[in-house]
Design a protein around this ligand. Structure first.
Ligand SMILES: Nc1nc2c(c(=O)[nH]1)N[C@H]1C(S)=C(S)[C@@H](COP(=O)(O)OP(=O)(O)OC[C@H]3O[C@@H](n4cnc5c(=O)[nH]c(N)nc54)[C@H](O)[C@@H]3O)O[C@H]1N2
Ligand SMILES: Nc1nc2c(c(=O)[nH]1)N[C@H]1C(S)=C(S)[C@@H](COP(=O)(O)OP(=O)(O)OC[C@H]3O[C@@H](n4cnc5c(=O)[nH]c(N)nc54)[C@H](O)[C@@H]3O)O[C@H]1N2
Ligand SMILES: [Mo]
Length: 713
């Protein structure tokens, strides 16, 4: 816990925000008498620059919250009742070990299912001894693809990988398409780079069906219907090629399949694209011209667009655009998605997780479909171990997830900091430390710095790091101890020792000294200025032989989602509105913080955004209580009527816990739990719903108020 000293008796300890967010902020904690008294961003960090965010500014409240789980708990009531009794660690661990051993003995390892995601992004607490534990147990393998995998796979089909321009290079861009990403809410520390470009004359275009905070700050807001962006991109390409605005030299030297692409583009004249996307044909033409004639031109994408049935094809299609106009030639031109290729993949995750321990023939469960796995899978899952995730709130088709979690014959262990809706269904809740209390090494998918997290304080109560919990569980379950001996600090060092050239300056010593280090990439990095794509052909694949071999359309294409008005007119007749449940809650991080008083107060209540036309067709006015429903579930909340959504689209925030939502259920009660075309992600943004009026509260209130005030007011 050594750190630099400031005043006598006080120390400063550097660390990293652990959240699943592209920003991975470097922070510094001031500790006095063993208590963290101040937490602030590290000012000299070139990317995050000392700012935190509406959530993490209050991280100490999270750490010291009265709601922290600080002792092992055993269920003392029906599942979900939140009735628990305190037990000692030894007793809890011995019982869990015995029960897992018995289950594995009787039914085989696959009876056990781990469920974890990026509750912490630190490699040590999210992907080390835990992975070894389940591998040695022979557990069912979890496909952790709920975020990023589909977009990455789509992009890779065109570019060969996810390598792209660097986020800070956006300052050089003169046109920035923020395509399906809500930068101000989800990626705040990128916004200053966008602003600097904007101040220097760049045009910022938000492409999003919702009028997000980001769209409101953009110069131009293009509003396609959800799931139609591939058609929009094809329309842009159509105009670009028709008007001869493409970079013929770049296309000739660095792409394959241009002729076949041109045939495909004939199917996407602006008028047809307008009919599919509802973006006016003139706007398609104007955007195409702007994109092809402004240099440098950048596309920023993140995750919103991938959560569709054809998310991978959409990202594959959009990824063709920069090559078509030669945008990769410029610093500040190209496409920027995840930076994990730079500041994550070079770390030696395998040294931590030891994938070689895993039996690749064990069955797999996709985390998107947890509800199905717990209710339909044969032979059944009999034990579930959840950590770093809150599936009861964030997994789609929530009612099915909850039905699974309520199974009396399911033995559930949850490692948590808080009594989440998932933990509420546990047989045992084991108290986990926060980032202030454990070691970690935090990679990044939104910039190019690796950050070390040193513990600043001793664990509160009886909380333990995930690693230590798995060490103890491994012993109690009788697993080979050799794999659980390394300390967390040794695991950090192991992750850094890959020898990857990008980690040239990223040493343990440097991280101890400064807290963060940048990977070895030049500031004027241009990944594909001279081609060099990592595809089979070495070129940007406008036509993909590899996709063809997999039975997928080898050319960019638009395909309507199964659950969309065009995909299933019969379903759309019953449920005519497309529902988006994006991350619009500024004060939540997925479902984290959605139980803390300050954050709940700031978010007030979840609202359903409806367009005035859709609202009046249902007799709904602003502020009315409405029920949103489909065959999967229903959510009751207030409507906000206005132009935040376009006609035919409804929206509500994700992240809310059902147990703390006014109507007792939250966004994922409605969402589809299908899978995207490839890459393994979900299609929860392809969700159709209907809305009905429950109670016209505001009007009733207004009528009462005006009657009381009498005439003339
Ligand atoms: N405050 C806050 N920040 C966060 C998070 C959080 O929960 N809260 N979560 C973090 C995580 S895990 C992630 S993955 C990132 C995600 O970061 P983003 O990808 O920026 O966020 P999302 O809200 O998933 O989606 C972005 C936008 O995509 C839009 N969208 C949905 N479908 C479509 C479509 O078909 N076409 C187009 N053009 N747009 C579409 C949504 O309306 C939404 O506004 O944010 C991270 N940062
Ligand atoms: N409808 C809808 N659903 C979505 C999304 C959406 O946009 N709309 N977004 C999707 C996306 S992109 C993502 S990434 C997922 C996110 O889904 P999750 O990864 O489940 O994210 P959180 O809800 O933040 O839950 C993380 C949990 O980990 C716990 N935790 C944090 N640190 C630790 C630790 O060190 N140890 C242990 N044991 N626990 C810890 C936190 O307390 C928290 O309860 O949600 C997905 N679900
Ligand atoms: Mo995510």
């Amino acid at each position: 816990m050594a750190g630099r000293s400031c005043q006598p008796g006080r120390v400063l300890v550097r660390g990293a925000c652990p959240h699943d967010c592209p920003d991975t902020c470097a922070w510094e904690v001031e500790v006095a008498d063993g208590r963290a008294v101040r937490l602030a961003g590290v000012r000299e960090h070139p990317f995050t620059r000392g700012g935190l965010c509406a959530k993490v500014n209050h991280f100490l409240e999270r750490v010291y919250s009265e709601e922290r789980v600080l002792h092992p708990l055993r269920r003392a009531g029906p599942k979900g009742s939140r009735r628990f009794e305190r037990v000692g660690w030894d007793e809890a661990v011995a019982d869990i070990g015995a029960r897992l051993r018995a289950l594995v003995g009787a039914h085989g390892g696959e009876a056990v299912l781990p469920y974890s995601y990026m509750g912490t992004q630190g490699l040590v607490q999210s992907g080390s001894l835990d992975r070894r534990f389940f591998a040695l147990l022979g557990a069912t393998r979890l496909v952790r693809a709920i975020c990023g995998a589909t977009a990455g796979a789509g992009q890779a089909a065109t570019l060969g990988g996810t390598m792209g321009m660097l986020p800070e290079q956006l300052v050089h861009s003169r046109l920035i398409l923020l395509w399906g990403t809500n930068t101000i809410v989800t990626n705040l520390h990128l916004w200053p780079f966008v602003r600097r470009a904007q101040e220097a004359g760049a045009r910022v275009v938000a492409i999003d069906p919702l009028r997000t905070r980001t769209a409101q700050s953009a110069d131009w807001h293009v509003r396609p219907l959800p799931g139609t962006d591939a058609a929009l991109a094809l329309g842009l390409m159509h105009v670009i090629v028709r008007e001869g605005l493409h970079d013929a030299d770049y296309v000739e030297r660095h792409t394959v399949g241009f002729d076949r692409l041109c045939e495909r583009l004939e199917e996407y004249p602006p008028e047809r694209v307008a009919a599919i996307t509802r973006v006016p044909a003139e706007e398609v033409v104007e955007l195409a011209r702007a994109y092809a004639t402004t240099r440098p031109a950048a596309i920023r994408r993140l995750i919103g667009m991938e959560h569709h049935a054809h998310g991978a094809m959409t990202l594959r299609t959009i990824s063709c655009l920069p090559a078509l106009v030669g945008a990769w030639r410029d610093v500040g031109g190209g496409l920027v998605g995840t930076t994990a290729w730079a500041a994550w993949s070079p770390l030696d995750a395998a040294a931590l997780a030891r994938p070689e321990l895993e039996d690749a023939t064990r069955r797999e469960v996709n985390m998107v479909q947890l509800g199905r796995a717990l209710t339909e899978l044969e032979p059944p899952v009999r034990a579930l171990v959840v950590y770093n995730a809150n599936p009861a709130a964030i997994a789609p088709n929530q009612e099915l997830v909850l039905a699974g979690l309520r199974r009396e014959d399911l033995f559930t262990v949850v490692l948590e900091q808080f009594l989440t809706d998932t933990a509420a269904h546990a047989d045992y809740v084991l108290p986990a430390t926060t980032q202030l209390e454990h070691w970690d090494l935090v990679p990044s998918w939104g910039h190019t710095y690796v950050t070390l997290n040193r513990p600043a304080i001793e664990p509160l109560g009886e909380a333990l790091p995930n690693t230590e919990i798995f060490r103890r569980l491994a012993q109690a379950t009788g697993l080979d101890r050799r794999w659980f001996r390394e300390s967390d600090e040794e695991l950090v060092r192991a992750a850094l020792a890959s020898g990857h050239p990008l980690l040239a300056g990223v040493t343990y010593e440097r991280l101890l000294e400064r807290g963060y280090a940048r990977v070895a990439l030049p500031e004027d990095f241009r990944p594909y200025a001279e081609g060099g794509f990592a595809t089979p052909s070495g070129k940007c694949e406008l036509y993909s032989q590899e996709l063809a071999a997999r039975g997928i359309d080898p050319l960019p294409a638009f395909v309507p989602a199964r659950e969309s008005p065009a995909g299933d007119p019969e379903l759309a007749a019953r449920y005519p509105l497309a529902l988006l449940t994006a991350k619009s809650a500024l004060h939540f991080l997925n479902s984290s913080y959605a139980n803390l008083p300050r954050h709940l107060k700031a978010e007030r209540e979840p609202l359903l955004d409806l367009h005035p036309t859709d609202a009046s067709a249902r007799g709904v006015a602003d502020g009315d209580l409405v029920r949103v429903f489909n065959d999967r579930g229903s959510v009751t909340l207030r409507a906000r009527v206005g132009d935040r959504v376009r006609e035919g689209v409804a929206a509500m925030p994700s992240g809310w816990w059902a147990s703390l939502s006014p109507g007792g259920s939250s966004a994922n009660a409605l969402t589809s739990d299908g899978l995207a075309d490839w890459g393994g992600g979900g299609d929860f943004h392809d969700t159709l719903v209907e809305v009905e009026l429950v109670e016209a509260r505001l009007r009733a209130v207004q009528e009462t108020a005006s009657a009381a005030a009498g005439p003339g007011v």
